[in-house]
Design a protein around this ligand. Structure first.
Ligand SMILES: Nc1ncnc2c1ncn2[C@@H]1O[C@H](COP(=O)(O)OP(=O)(O)OP(=O)(O)O)[C@@H](O)[C@H]1O
Length: 447
């Protein structure tokens, strides 16, 4: 996550949710409110680095908020969102101190481009923590591959650390000083993915009020990570293949070709070869990207990583919580971590460590602080107590039904997360969260 905090003020609940999805997927830390008045309350409780606010809202509205900010937080940048028809008022707002405005409707990319001008993302993300021989060998291999300019396909189950490995490759390549741009192909709505990847000119489609460079252009000279590439539609796969072959891109609605110098990395948590065999992924694209395949094993296949990772996550979250003395894991807590199967991999371990930090009573984390969902298979822990499951607002039966619906829809859509999210009417982010929760509970999901 970015260390910077962003305050989003929008009274239209569905637009607010969509904007929040976009910002959070881009790793920004956000608080959202529905009015200028609530924004003022939030400003009294938290420190922010950027405010994005709608102009037309009930009550004091965006301009009233801007006025308040001018008086109480004159240095805090404010980005206003306004309907196209009322751009005049946005221009006035800039005179009143807003740093810029966005004309609605705007593409997620336009929002992210604007935000990144005021809030740089934290670049020193997790370095891979490894201790197991298998992981050490993988990292050594990744380091050698990094030195080349080859495309790399990183495979591995969800939460195993594929993005961490991708960043590691970039950091150890000759492109390390240039941009690392990641795009999650499963999280961006199908109709926006092409524009997001390749960029567009003003007027290319309804709502394209400003020209916008695509991810390929943003990664110029650096590395582009195509996360969850298997979720890309076949028609877009064909266009991606052309860009990779020709090493040039044309923005949507544009006539100019732009030469590219971009290294491409991709990840998938599905068995891509079988997706190819089933006709869901182009074979030619598979071979173009799969020049060098790397595969993270599941966490339970590299048990020597568990405790060093747990320690690393403890330090990381203790720092975030301003805990000065990082607590230690006692013998039983360590045994409990080592005896679990970790179906949700490192992400699940991360959750467990965060819970433990909250639950611990003193400087030692005990087995009682290690809460793993009770459905999980616990190996060799007969002598350990059974732990209560996390309280959850949703009744057990309802939750089980939801799991069945998700599983059935996954089968129906042959594993395509994007289609499943569309069919169930939930955002890709919500689906990812629910699937991660299901994995954490030990439910097997199709790759
Ligand atoms: N070896 C590692 N060292 C440090 N942190 C790690 C490591 N592996 C994973 N993590 C952490 O675990 C979390 C999940 O990792 P990451 O997002 O890279 O997994 P992923 O395989 O890309 O997941 P998904 O397929 O769901 O996108 C992140 O918070 C990441 O920082």
């Amino acid at each position: 996550m970015s260390e910077a905090k962003l305050l989003l003020v929008e009274d239209d609940a569905s637009l607010r949710e969509a904007l929040l999805d976009t910002l959070m997927l881009a790793q920004y830390e956000c608080i959202d409110v529905a009015s200028g008045e609530d924004a003022i309350l939030a400003l009294k409780q938290h420190q922010f680095d950027l405010v994005i606010s709608d102009v037309q809202m009930q009550g004091i509205g965006g301009l009233g908020l801007l006025n308040y900010l001018q008086q109480h937080h004159p240095k805090l940048p404010v980005l206003l969102m306004t309907a196209y028809a009322t751009i005049g008022s946005a221009v006035n707002a800039i005179k009143l101190g807003a740093v810029d405005y966005l004309a609605k409707p705007f593409a997620p990319e336009v929002l992210l481009n604007q935000v990144s001008r005021y809030l740089p993302l934290k670049q020193n993300v997790d370095q891979p923590v490894v201790a197991d021989d298998k992981s050490l060998a993988l990292l050594a291999l990744a380091q050698r591959v990094a030195a080349s300019d080859a495309s790399v396909m990183i495979l591995g189950p969800s939460g195993s650390g594929k993005e961490v490995l991708a960043r590691y490759i970039h950091q150890h390549s000759s492109r390390a000083d240039q941009a690392f741009v990641a795009i999650n192909c499963a999280a961006i709505p199908e109709n926006m993915l092409e524009a997001t990847l390749f960029g567009y000119e003003k007027g290319a489609f309804t709502g394209a009020y400003q020209a916008c460079p695509g991810k390929f252009e943003q990664a110029q000279g650096g590395t582009l990570l195509l996360d969850e590439i298997s979720e890309m539609e076949l028609s877009l796969q064909a266009k991606l293949l052309r860009v990779l072959q020709e090493r040039e891109v044309e923005r949507l609605g544009g006539r100019k070709t732009i030469k590219l110098d971009v290294r491409v990395l991709a990840t998938s948590n599905r068995d891509l070869k079988s997706v190819v065999a089933a006709g869901g992924f182009r074979e030619d694209l598979y071979y173009r990207i799969n020049v060098f395949p790397l595969a993270w094993p599941a966490l339970n296949q590299r048990p020597a990583d568990i405790l060093p990772l747990a320690r690393h996550l403890l330090v990381k979250h203790a720092k975030a919580l301003n805990v000065a003395d990082v607590p230690e894991l006692d013998e039983n807590a360590r045994r409990r971590l080592l005896s679990h199967r970790w179906p949700g991999n490192v992400r699940e371990l991360d959750n467990v460590i965060q819970r433990a930090l909250i639950l611990r009573a003193g400087q030692l984390i005990t087995a009682n602080d290690i809460i793993i969902d009770t459905q999980d298979v616990i190996l060799g822990s007969e002598d350990l107590e059974l732990f209560a499951a996390e309280p959850d607002g949703l009744g057990e039966e309802l939750k089980a039904q939801e799991h069945v619906i998700i599983l059935e829809t996954l089968n129906l859509c042959q594993g395509s997360r994007k289609l499943v999210a569309e069919k169930l009417g939930i955002s890709a982010r919500t689906l990812r969260y629910k699937m991660a929760k299901m994995r954490d509970m030990g439910i097997q999901l199709p790759n």
